[in-house]
Write a protein that binds this ligand. Structure first.
Ligand code: EPU
Length: 339
């Protein structure tokens, strides 16, 4: 049985830097340790929370229950056929390091997802995405363990119910599964995807061809320029999701606001840039107590120091209200709240 800590500090383990403790805490480095915890009736009586890189969380000051920090490590080429490489990594691997490792082998696909904070095990939960790519585009399968029964099973692509910043692992039944390992299918005929304006412009400015390494570098440069580094200023990435509304409503708004940033999804639906809405509503770079909306990217909430969950919630509500009043559009928060 791994060692269980009590009143363990979590402030360094969440990129938002919220002040938080876990009532009980355990670091998991082997599947056997996790199975030992599942078999322990006293531990099982507590509410459980799985912690990866802590980059998409809004923690309360005290997490009542057991926090399990997933530290399983290892990455490997599982298989190869004429069309693709199949690579897998354990849940506790750092996402960015894993991506750079695949690129160093010459296996393309994940380069646009460089520098996303967090772990491999957390990547399917919200189907992480950036610059026109989501992990669902390269996902092969994953292995997960059921936190009540200890059953271990595979989830293939269809089982995961991937959608924009969503999967089965955010839904009621899916939350009982803990991801152990994720495998990706990286096609040999891969073409880099540089159609996203920021990436295209960065490559053009640097005079670089769209090789795997160069695209990764362009993504890293753009992210470093626009997004706050959690090591310097606490944040959980985009705080709101880009809202999906009817094409009809989007077109009506576009008449009123010709600069509105919208992307057509299909014949019925459009996605709006929430960062643009928040900026227009006057919240870009504005602070409320110890938190604020980042001055270079209004979609990202930042912790100016000492923030707690209630400060985050208060600003969330203010921003939602301002956007709703001005545009009639509801925006939803994106990170996961514990308790
Ligand atoms: N915009 C503004 N003002 C702002 C921010 C954005 O006008 O303050 C406008 C930009 O000018 C641009 C548009 O909104 O025309 C889109 O902005 P950006 O390219 O920065 O992307 P985003 O839609 O704000 C999404 C993801 C990011 C991801 C980028 C790049 C979500 C919730 N966020 O942001 O993901 O890096 O696209 O693909 O979908 C994250 O999820 O944590 C995250 C950082």
């Amino acid at each position: 049985m791994p060692q269980i800590q009590t009143h363990h500090p979590l402030t360094q383990l969440n990129t938002f830097g919220l002040q938080a403790h876990a009532e009980h805490f355990v670091a998991i480095t082997t599947i056997d340790q996790l199975q030992a915890c599942i078999a322990d009736a006293q531990l099982r009586a507590l509410p459980w929370y799985i912690l990866g890189g802590g980059s998409n969380l809004v923690l309360p000051e005290l997490v009542h229950g057991l926090v399990l920090k997933m530290d399983l490590r290892g990455k490997t080429l599982q298989a190869e056929d004429d069309a693709a490489w199949y690579v897998a990594a354990q849940a506790g691997e750092n996402w960015h390091e894993f991506v750079q490792w695949t690129l160093a082998q010459g296996w393309g696909g994940l380069e646009n997802l460089s520098l996303i904070p967090g772990t491999v095990g957390a990547s399917p939960v919200q189907n992480i995405g950036a610059y026109g790519v989501e992990i669902k585009d390269y996902f092969h399968q994953l292995t997960a363990i059921h936190l009540h029964s200890g059953e271990i099973r595979q989830f293939d692509h269809a089982d995961c119910h991937f959608a924009y910043r969503d999967s089965i692992f955010k839904q009621a039944g899916g939350k009982d599964w803990c991801i152990l390992e994720v495998a990706f299918r990286l096609p040999k005929a891969h073409q880099t995807k540089t159609s996203y304006g920021d990436i295209e412009n960065e490559l053009a400015t640097l005079g670089l061809a769209a090789t795997l390494q160069n695209v990764a570098q362009a993504v890293i440069n753009v992210r470093q320029r626009k997004l706050p580094d959690p090591a310097q200023i606490g944040n959980a990435g985009s705080y709101f999701k880009n809202p999906i509304i009817t094409l009809e409503q989007a077109q009506a708004l576009k008449v009123q606001y010709p600069d509105l940033v919208m992307y057509t999804i299909d014949a019925q639906r459009s996605k709006l840039a929430a960062g643009w809405l928040i900026e227009q509503a006057g919240w870009k770079g504005r602070q409320l107590g110890p938190v604020g909306m980042f001055f270079k990217q209004a979609l990202v909430m930042v912790n100016h120091g000492g923030a707690r969950q209630r400060d985050v919630k208060l600003l969330e509500q203010k921003v939602q209200q301002a956007v709703l009043e001005q545009f009639g559009v509801a925006i939803e928060s994106e990170p996961i709240y514990w308790n």
